[in-house]
Design a protein. Structure first.
Ligand code: NIG
Ligand code: FE
Length: 391
């Protein structure tokens, strides 16, 4: 039997299980303890009632929450786009066209360079409390380059997304229909074995609603589950298509009509908000308040990529969501943990109840609220992933 460890003297523990703590969605427990055995949580409750264990870790009167679930990132890439960012901060608008710059750099990079880059940004994310992440292809746009991106990603996570439909490959600029045929044909065949999800950037300048439907439907037929980049730069059909196809998540959701919000409220698709993108493109903020008030499940993720959102920091996104998107600190923390898990249709992560994976973040603060209250401060002082302390 594996040895047991209690993490005790926790001032405030976020369990995301209302039946364990106060009845709020965060299921908060004051003066709490968590017991870990192997890679699982086996007990959560008031410290004074904790069972005897082999090992003891003193949290020092600080806060513990589930590890962050970053359900949307683009981490297989090479190069950066500093010049583009500089131009935007001087007033130039963001457009999907910048993706081509990263496609050229990624195609030119070796497998080892791409893997080293991915490892670097993952380590960065881990230090900031991310214990599960999803990541995508989408900067290769050839059969070989998309498949290798997914192979490299799959060495680090089970949550791998095929995004051959990020933009129409520059090689097919004159024949987008032929590119859609490639994405739904030979490229899908080569990529499906390495991925769990299929995604499409449904936007003017990328793929329209009919193309997006064809791409996601083809992916479903190959056993991939859909998720969509929807309604980021303009109003469009993406969000309602996501609900229609039972996508796990509609991501961005920056420009929503009332009908889009209704569709999300009546479906099983999570709205994943990515405030790093609005920050870095100086775009208007998604209205999280409207979504939450309508009863939509909201996730909060980084969208980490070299173009529209070059941050790996979930705490930064929590602070933005609270300051500028109408979320309370409790809601933002829930969305970055349990919400991310919902966006990946996972029940083993994003919560700290018996049976859950032992992914925990210890903050150098007495409460999870400090994640928004103390923006920009490196508050993460301990991380356990699958029961092993990694930070
Ligand atoms: O989610 N919107 C499409 N894809 C990315 C941006 C990619 C890029 O600019 O390189 C996003 O924001
Ligand atoms: Fe994205």
């Amino acid at each position: 039997m594996s040895s047991s460890t209690v993490i005790t003297n926790i001032a405030a523990l976020v369990t995301n299980d209302p039946s364990l703590g106060d009845s709020s969605p965060l299921g908060l427990i004051q003066d709490a303890a968590v017991v870990i055995e192997g890679d699982r949580v086996t007990w959560t409750g008031e410290a004074s009632k904790a069972p005897a264990t082999d090992n003891r870790v003193d949290a020092g009167g600080r806060a513990v929450l589930p590890g962050f679930v970053d359900s949307h990132s683009h981490l297989v890439f090479a190069g950066d786009r500093t010049q583009e960012f500089n131009a935007r901060m001087s007033g130039r608008a963001y457009s999907a066209g910048g993706i081509r710059t990263t496609v050229a750099a990624t195609r030119a990079a070796s497998d080892a360079e791409l893997a080293a880059n991915l490892t670097h940004y993952l380590a960065e994310a881990l230090r900031q409390g991310t214990t599960t992440f999803e990541t995508k292809s989408g900067y290769g746009l050839t059969v070989e380059d998309e498949a290798r991106a997914l192979r490299i990603a799959a060495e680090h996570t089970d949550e791998v997304t095929y995004l051959g439909a990020h933009i129409v490959s520059p090689d097919y600029a004159d024949d987008p229909a032929a590119y859609v045929a490639l994405v739904t044909g030979e490229m899908l065949d080569a990529c499906a074995p390495h991925a769990r999800w299929i995604d499409v950037f449904c936007e003017k300048g990328a793929f329209d609603g009919d193309q997006a439907r064809a791409i996601l439907t083809a992916g479903k037929a190959k056993g991939l589950h859909p998720r969509i980049h929807a309604n980021q730069l303009s109003y469009g059909p993406g969000v309602q298509l996501a609900v229609e196809l039972d996508a796990a998540s509609a991501d961005h959701c920056t420009h929503l009509t009332d009908a889009d919000v209704d569709a999300l409220a009546n479906g099983d698709t999570v709205a994943t908000l990515l405030p790093g993108a609005e920050f870095s493109t100086r775009a208007e903020w998604p209205d999280a308040r409207q979504l939450l008030d309508a009863g939509v499940t909201v996730a909060l993720s980084t969208d980490c990529n070299p173009g529209s959102s070059f941050t790996s920091s979930v705490p930064f996104c929590i602070a933005l969501a609270v300051r500028d998107m109408g979320m309370t600190p409790d809601e933002a923390v829930w969305s970055a943990t349990a919400g991310g898990a919902a966006a990946l249709r996972r029940t083993d992560i994003g919560r700290l109840a018996p049976g859950a994976r032992a992914d925990l973040t210890l903050l150098d603060a007495p409460s999870h609220v400090h994640l928004a209250y103390r923006p920009g401060v490196p508050l993460v002082s301990g991380v356990w992933r699958s029961g092993v302390r990694v930070v």
